[in-house]
Design a binder for this molecule. Structure first.
Ligand code: SF4
Ligand code: SF4
Length: 717
């Protein structure tokens, strides 16, 4: 028995280690095919983030019970590695124990604790997977829909098998050693129950046999994953760490907020000297090797857990976009095409199998039946960031999607035709609605006080505290204009000095950038940057979550550093300082009314502003606050982001209707929000629901500022 166990174990281990090493080399060479990007700033902080995310399982714990179960499995994998070493020793001597620590009770107790908790946890995770398997007509809404089921089961049952072997080995060791139960706190039962009657020789053979089985299970797993470099559910054990360390934000933040500029050779394109750019330079991503190496590491790391898919507003309204499937398709394509890209000569390339050559010819984006990424999926993204927020291994989906859009727009001129109107309005009139810029001050006409305009009423912004950035919606969209007026009125009541740019303001460029049109974004942003420099803009308040995000997180790329605040943050501060006092209305429509709040994605997930609007609503006397089930980090998009506001929603059900239904179902009389785009989408959703009788006529969508103003003015507004 012993000889057989030694031969089989050493043979499978040798094959496993050799294949594993080879596959690691292959994975590294595929990742190195990506474009350069620097991700090594602040190494100390990155390391601290990695330690925190790993030990604290901070990202996994967004789904608390699964996070806890995964913690025990992950630390079992790390902590029980020494039991594998022990198993090799036991092949040669059934009494083997690790030198120094082998019989130390702390090591023994820790090993048994990790084994037992790991066993319970993996069993629970298997049950959870079985319970949530895609089934029937609702199967699509399972987070495991589209994941490679056999790989997940294989990994889970491997862990189960290894842990069972550890328990059996401990039981055998207890019987063979004859030492006190103190050293075998949870496994002496197993020894007594199963091996109590065996002779010493029988026990020794039992140890050889179970050690061999444990080694076979472990190295069969190693061989299997080595033969499947795209088996993210297994490889993430190794790739998740570098993926977290190299994440976009060294401080541990998610890859949300500002978008990265288009990079060529690791440096942002200088749009002012665009003619100097190499004509072969890729603007965006048109081939899988145009992604950065971090992008390729992202694809490699995807565990197929489906958390991103479960939160995606596009997927949940029956569009073809699933962020998980985007990652999986890009991974499969990258690894299938890699032999072509890695071949050292044309002759080598010609001799590659047909499958590889076919993969090389596949367009990255196009119709679903021919391309790696379905174009309908690419354009369905609202850039809401739910996927990035939920991903436990810090994958940066939005960056990948936006880079593919950039190539489609800038190089292929291939985009939904509705975007033509958006681009035309932005290029010619500086706003998405193609309105005459001279109308930018119309919102202020009926206000009972004068709104100062830079260039007319004040020379520069040094004369006032804030630049009030009105935004295109705030200036031209009728419903959003009410928010602009309410904020101006509240600032006036609070005695905060501010001025606006009037027709000196042009779109921040957010919709152009999210639609992939970086040229138009740069054109608009450079124009605004010039105005900011001329007028000395420093402190800016914005009512639009998109403007807020772009000014705050993207204009620094053009050398403009602004201190940007969202109006709900400023108003909340003014209330706390006593400069605005909400009062219990006597005759107001707010009295006894229920208010719910929709988190704008670009305020919440992209910028972590969750509390200020809620605190404002909470403080309004006489009103009752009701939270929607999907809120804060798990909030559901309204459907307007990512320039989707200007695209038709032809596939599936409407995102805004989905969200409005949730808001109405809280029983709210007022649906509050803090972004003009959300307001338009929710208002449209509400109108549709009121038309079909599924919402009360009295329900209204309003900005938080309007509700506050009503309270401050004792319901007179
Ligand atoms: S950003 Fe939002 S819409 Fe786009 S893939 Fe991620 S979850 Fe889906
Ligand atoms: S991208 Fe992240 S959240 Fe989505 S399936 Fe992969 S690992 Fe899970």
């Amino acid at each position: 028995m012993q000889i057989l166990a030694i031969v089989v174990s050493l043979a499978i281990a040798a094959v496993g280690v050799a294949l594993f090493g080879k596959t690691i080399g292959h994975i590294v060479s595929v990742i190195k095919l990506g474009q350069p990007v620097s991700r090594t700033d602040r190494p100390g902080q990155r390391t601290a983030v990695l330690v925190k995310e790993t030990l604290g399982h901070t990202r996994m714990l967004q789904w608390s019970h699964i996070g806890v179960l995964h913690w025990f499995v992950a630390f079992g994998f790390i902590g029980l590695f020494l039991t594998l070493v022990t198993a090799f020793g036991q092949l040669f001597d059934a009494h083997f124990a690790l030198p120094i620590i082998g019989h130390w009770f702390v090591f023994e107790w820790a090993s048994e604790a990790l084994t037992c908790t790991g066993l319970v946890s993996i069993a629970a995770l298997i049950l959870i997977r079985l319970r949530h398997l895609p089934r029937g007509s609702e199967g699509r809404y399972s987070r495991f829909f589209g994941s490679t089921a056999w790989q997940a089961y294989y990994v889970e049952y491997t862990i189960l098998g290894v842990l069972a072997c550890i328990l059996l080995l401990r039981g055998l060791e207890y019987e063979l050693s004859g030492v006190s139960k103190f050293h075998f706190p949870t496994t002496y039962f197993i020894g007594d129950a199963f091996f109590g009657g065996l002779s010493e020789h029988g026990l020794e053979n039992g140890i050889y046999l179970v050690s061999m089985v444990k080694i076979i299970i472990s190295f069969a797993w190693m061989i299997t994953i080595s033969l499947n470099a795209t088996m993210g559910v297994a490889w993430h054990r190794f790739t998740a760490w570098p993926n977290i360390w190299f994440k976009r934000k060294a401080d541990g933040g998610t890859a949300l907020g500002g978008l990265q500029p288009i990079m060529v050779n690791g440096a942002p394109i200088d749009f002012e000297n665009i003619e100097e750019l190499d004509e072969d330079a890729a603007l965006g991503v048109g081939k899988v090797e145009d992604f950065t190496w971090k992008g390729l590491l992202d694809f490699t790391t995807c565990t197929e857990c489906g958390r991103c898919q479960s939160q995606c507003p596009a997927w949940n309204t029956d569009k073809p976009l699933s962020p998980k499937l985007v990652m999986m398709n890009l991974r499969e394509h990258a690894y299938a095409k890699a032999p072509y890209l890695l071949a050292s000569s044309d002759d080598d390339r010609k001799s590659l199998p047909e499958l590889v050559l076919a993969e090389q010819d596949k367009p990255l984006v196009g119709p679903a039946d021919v391309a790696v990424i379905d174009e309908e999926a690419l354009w369905a993204c609202t850039s809401c960031g739910a996927c990035v927020q939920q991903c436990p291994v810090d994958i940066e989906h939005v960056d990948a999607i936006m880079d593919m859009r950039r190539y489609q727009v800038l190089i292929e001129s291939s985009f939904p035709s509705e975007l033509n109107g958006l681009f035309k309005g932005l290029e010619n009139k500086g706003n998405p609605w193609n309105m005459n810029p001279s109308g930018r001050m119309d919102w202020a006409k009926d206000l009972p006080f004068e709104v100062k305009q830079v260039g007319t009423d004040v020379e520069t912004l040094a004369e006032v505290e804030y630049l009030f950035w009105v935004g295109c919606a705030g200036a031209f969209e009728d419903r959003a204009k009410k928010t602009t007026q309410a904020v101006a009125e509240l600032l006036n009541i609070a005695g905060v000095s501010f001025a606006v740019l009037g027709d000196g303001e042009t779109c921040t460029g957010d919709p152009a950038r999210r639609a992939g049109n970086e040229f138009v974004f740069q054109q608009l942003a450079m124009q605004n940057a010039e105005v900011f420099k001329e007028t000395g803009a420093k402190k800016v308040v914005s009512t639009c979550a998109h403007c807020f995000n772009t000014l705050k997180n993207e204009y620094s790329q053009l050398g403009v550093e602004l201190d940007v605040i969202h109006h709900t943050q400023l108003l909340n501060r003014l209330v706390r300082e006593g400069k605005l006092t909400p009062v219990a209305p006597t005759d107001s429509s707010l009295n006894g009314q229920k208010i719910t709040y929709h988190d704008p994605c670009y305020l919440g997930r992209h910028n972590q502003v969750y509390d200020a609007p809620r605190e404002l609503l909470d403080i309004i006397p006489g009103a009752e606050y009701a939270e929607m089930p999907r809120n804060k980090t798990k909030s559901f998009c309204c459907g307007a982001g990512g320039a989707r506001m200007w695209m038709e929603e032809k596939i599936g059900t409407r995102i805004n209707l989905n969200r409005t239904t949730e808001a109405v179902d809280t029983g709210a009389d007022k649906i509050a929000t803090g972004c003009p785009f959300c307001r338009v989408m929710l208002s449209d959703g509400l109108t549709a629901k009121q038309a079909d009788g599924s919402a009360r006529e009295s329900v209204e969508v309003q900005d938080v500022a309007q509700l506050l103003l009503a309270s401050v003015k004792r319901g007179e507004s």
